[in-house]
Design a protein around this ligand. Structure first.
Ligand SMILES: *Cc1c(COP(=O)(O)O)cnc(C)c1O
Length: 459
């Protein structure tokens, strides 16, 4: 950057009028499209009609569409977005100074809404389409509770019922998030539960289980298909969710463009892949088209390492094996992270879009251990002020690592990362960290092999 470039403000804001009017579909730019969902019985690609008992019609169309480049964002959704967007792109001057790095660090902060994360971007879209279809309500699962919170806010805005199956360990450890959901009128059940057939089966097979996202998904799907006027919605992994989350990337692109900033490294945490898929969408398009030469890095927990240690194969999206099969990097749908894992990002698989991009060598992945994540979180909080979510702190950790590498080499790289949310409801995890009770459990190859060996056989 030359001295003639304008001084970059601490926060780069967009005007309301500069907010995206359409979502960007990264699948349009992909040379190798993500593999289609398969019917779990016939192993044939799922047709829209087969998905209709489970999902809302318009969301199915978005899910299956690899070719449309832009989807207009309906005015009702843009009106809601205006209440908490555009989100700021922050130049982390204080962190740069603390690290004494020549790198320029930017983060896109998605925690400025009551639900505390980026998940609201897709929740409001999914609630809108459910309402438009005339449905009575939706069911879903939630892990740490951010998705459930976001969805309950979105449902109350449109007057829809919201039934949430919450992973039992989180339900017990995170009572505050549960109560926020109830403030917005959601009905919250710990999963696995006795309220569904699949829940009863999982409880019988694994007494005392602390649950997993995969179990909760099975229960939520069963509840949706067996309750008239309900459909199931999902907060991550699916193509449609990445599509909605492209607002993050489009806003980031617009903010960077204001000051002619070209990213060298883009980093995001990856659970099911929605924030990362959204953040990178326009940059990945430019990378695929040879217009941008940036590294793109997915960061995952060492205790749930789907990209770095999983296999690229068709797998069930849920433990109950009722959902369609998706081709993805996966640890096997039976994989349940160790109960001492406190940092979120617990899903066994990864979005098909990101899996394909990773397999094509367009994206890197690293896994990090949770104590190092909480160290990075604190380092960040103490200089930048924001209390980060543990999930987001995976990205912070790697952004700091990359900035420190720049210190070694003297390179003035532009590092952009996604700060997906705030950690106010994760203080039990922070407490464990402070008390020295947090350990780094990394599954052995034999541990992973147990669930990976159960993958469905597709010919
Ligand atoms: C849910 C969540 C994530 C991970 O989900 P992705 O779909 O991978 O983005 C990351 N950060 C926060 C704060 C979340 O709530």
């Amino acid at each position: 950057m030359s001295s003639t470039s304008p001084k970059i403000p601490y926060k780069i804001y967009l005007e309301e009028s500069e907010m995206p009017k359409a979502w960007y579909n990264i699948r349009h730019a992909m040379k190798n499209k993500p593999a289609p969902l398969l019917n779990p019985g016939t192993h044939q690609p799922m047709q829209a009609e087969e998905l209709e008992p489970v999902f809302c019609k318009e969301l199915i169309a978005q899910e299956l569409d690899n070719d449309t480049e832009y989807f207009e964002i309906p005015q009702e959704i843009r009106d809601f977005y205006r209440m908490y967007r555009p989100s700021p792109l922050v130049r982390a001057y204080c962190l740069e100074e603390a690290l004494d790095t020549p790198a320029h660090i930017y983060y896109k902060f998605e925690g400025n809404n009551t639900s505390g994360s980026h998940k609201l971007n897709s929740a409001i879209a999914q609630a809108y389409y459910a309402k438009k279809q005339g449905l009575k309500g939706v069911t879903t699962e939630t892990g740490a509770g951010q998705w459930g919170t976001a969805l309950s806010m979105a449902c109350s805005y449109f007057g829809l019922d919201c039934k949430v199956y919450m992973v039992k360990v989180s339900y017990e450890q995170k009572p505050f998030r549960r109560e926020v959901m109830r403030v917005y009128g959601a009905d919250v059940t710990p999963s696995p539960s006795e309220t569904t057939q699949i829940g009863r089966k999982i409880l019988a097979d694994h007494p005392g289980t602390t649950g997993s996202l995969g179990c909760a998904i099975s229960e939520a799907v069963e509840a949706a298909v067996s309750t008239p006027g309900y459909r199931y919605v999902l907060g991550s992994v699916l193509n449609q969710v990445l599509l909605h989350q492209s607002v993050i990337g489009l806003e980031t692109e617009a903010a960077l463009a204001k000051y002619d900033i070209v990213p060298d490294i883009i980093i995001g945490c990856a659970g099911g892949g929605s924030n990362l898929g959204g953040l990178i969408a326009p940059f990945m398009r430019d990378k695929i088209n040879g217009k941008l030469d940036a590294r793109i890095i997915a960061v995952e927990p060492a205790s749930c390492p789907s990209l770095t240690r999983g296999v690229y194969a068709y797998d069930f999206c849920d433990t109950g094996m009722v959902c369609p099969l998706a081709k993805m990097y996966t640890l096997g749908s039976g994989f349940i992270p160790s109960p001492n894992h406190a940092g979120g990002l617990r899903y066994h698989g990864m979005s098909s879009v990101l899996s394909q991009l990773y397999d094509d060598g367009l994206m890197e992945a690293v896994s990090v251990e949770q104590t190092s994540v909480f160290e990075a979180a604190e380092r960040f909080a103490r200089v930048e002020g924001i209390l980060p979510a543990p999930e987001s702190s995976h990205a912070i950790k790697v952004a700091i690592d990359e900035a420190l590498k720049c210190k070694e080499t003297g390179e003035e790289k532009n590092i952009v990362f996604g700060l997906t949310g705030t950690g106010y409801f994760d203080l039990v995890a922070y407490e464990k960290f402070h008390n020295g009770e947090m350990t780094d459990y990394v599954p052995s190859d034999a541990d992973l092999q147990k669930s990976i060996s159960q993958l469905p056989v597709i010919d």
